[in-house]
Design a protein. Structure first.
Ligand code: NAD
Ligand code: DAU
Length: 352
């Protein structure tokens, strides 16, 4: 029997790199193709440890280029797709929504079209797995949780683009019978996250004694999950998920931004040998994010009951591991904060 060819898109990014590592190491009987454009968020250093594995192949490509995507499907005849490539930062979507329309919507439809053409005669054992976000459900104001059946109500250009891509994936399943599965996950944290996102940004700023820019009053609530647990969940959904279904993934781990930042500050004080309370002094309240969603909270009961997945780490342990990783990988942080990062940072924060 021929080896299963699995295309993972966005595998040089934060979550994708953890998924690639897990699949390459665990499924040596598969050939794993990591397709990534290597935008500012993509970094091959994230997956150096698997780059010489015989079942790993890297393809530098842009999912917005339909010809390129079609040619790759024709050449490699992929059996399955785990689609993570995306523009993923809400703040960037506010300043440049069109990038999000192109990559998140057009890029996803290009992949669906290529899969449809490639699999037209035989969809047996084929799978298009679309990785999405809890932000498509909008913002919770009156308690409760996001269920798989919650109506979509995206509020930012980022979440609107992800919602549109989710709809296209379901529409291709309904119309063309492409075998699909989707998951919508809450906020991830852990090693290799680009420091435009809250936790790595604040770890880096604390290390460098720079202000910690808290949007608004810091009262927004997010549900945090360690990235390796998300990768484990993706593995379960990929192998055991019901075709056509959606699985919500989350940690049942809600924190206001302010409380979360205080946990990070305390752990960093300890790590850096600073006096207790010193890092907290860096907290600076800045202008709120436009249209800032108040609260996200995932009900992850379906994946827990049906697929037997559950988070493996308590939050305090996950934060410890995360901080240790960033402190031990300062070269990685210095490299990704070189060049254009400073321009981004100045534009995003100096005028706030
Ligand atoms: P990321 O920004 O760290 O990585 C995205 C990757 O996609 C990068 O490697 C980038 O180079 C690649 N990419 C971007 N545009 C591309 C294009 N046009 N063609 C090919 N590759 C391209 O993102 P992430 O945080 O790892 O998120 C991965 C996926 O998971 C996204 O679809 C995101 O919506 C979803 N998600 C993220 C979170 C989170 O907390 N980070 C939570 C839930 C879901
Ligand atoms: O919920 C899942 C989503 O989580 C993913 O789909 C997105 O790809 C991912 O980026 C993340 O979105 P958020 O907007 O929640 O993450 P971010 O790290 O940007 O912000 C987390 C919270 O912290 C949010 O309420 C905004 C706030 N924040 C963020 C930054 C960067 C600050 O207060 N200050 C900051 O400097």
């Amino acid at each position: 029997m021929s080896r299963r060819k699995v295309l993972i898109t966005g595998g040089a990014g934060f979550i994708g790199s953890h998924v690639v590592r897990l699949f390459v190491n665990k499924y040596t009987e598969y050939d794993i193709y990591n397709l990534d454009k290597l935008t500012y968020a993509g970094n091959l250093e994230n997956i150096l440890d698997v780059e010489n594995a015989t079942n790993y192949h890297f393809i530098k490509a842009d999912i917005v280029d339909a010809n390129e995507v079609n040619n790759l499907f024709e050449k490699y005849q992929f059996d399955a797709v785990v689609h993570l490539a995306a523009e993923s930062h809400v703040d960037r979507s506010i300043s440049n929504p069109m990038e999000f329309v192109m990559t998140n919507i057009v890029g996803t439809v290009n992949l669906l079209n290529a899969a449809k053409t490639c699999w037209k005669n035989d969809t047996k054992d084929k799978l298009f797995y679309h990785v999405s976000t809890d932000e498509v459900y909008g913002s919770l104001h009156d308690g409760g949780f996001f269920l798989e059946t919650t109506s979509y109500d995206p509020q930012s250009p980022y979440s609107a683009s992800k919602a549109a891509s989710d709809h296209f994936v379901r529409a291709y399943h309904n119309t063309y019978k492409i075998p699909v599965v989707l998951s919508n996950c809450s906020n991830n944290y852990g090693p290799n996250q680009f420091p435009e996102k809250l936790i790595p940004l604040f770890i880096n700023n604390i290390r460098n004694n720079k202000p910690l820019p808290v949007y608004g009053k810091g009262e927004n609530v997010r549900d945090w999950l360690y990235v390796v647990d998300h990768a484990r969940a993706i593995d379960e959904v990929f192998h055991k998920g019901k075709i056509g279904d959606t699985y919500n993934i989350g940690g049942f781990n809600e924190w206001t931004n302010l409380d979360l930042i205080k946990v990070v500050c305390k752990a960093m004080d300890k790590k850096l040998g600073r006096e207790v309370g010193e890092s907290e002094k860096l907290i600076t309240y800045v202008t709120d994010r436009a249209g800032h969603d108040l609260r996200y909270a995932i009900d992850a009961n379906k994946i827990m009951k049906e697929l037997g997945w559950e988070p493996s780490l308590q939050f305090e342990e996950g934060i410890e591991k995360t901080i240790d990783w960033y402190m031990e990988n300062q070269k990685w942080m210095d490299e990704v904060t070189n060049g254009d990062y400073q321009k981004y940072y100045d534009k995003m924060y100096l005028k706030r």
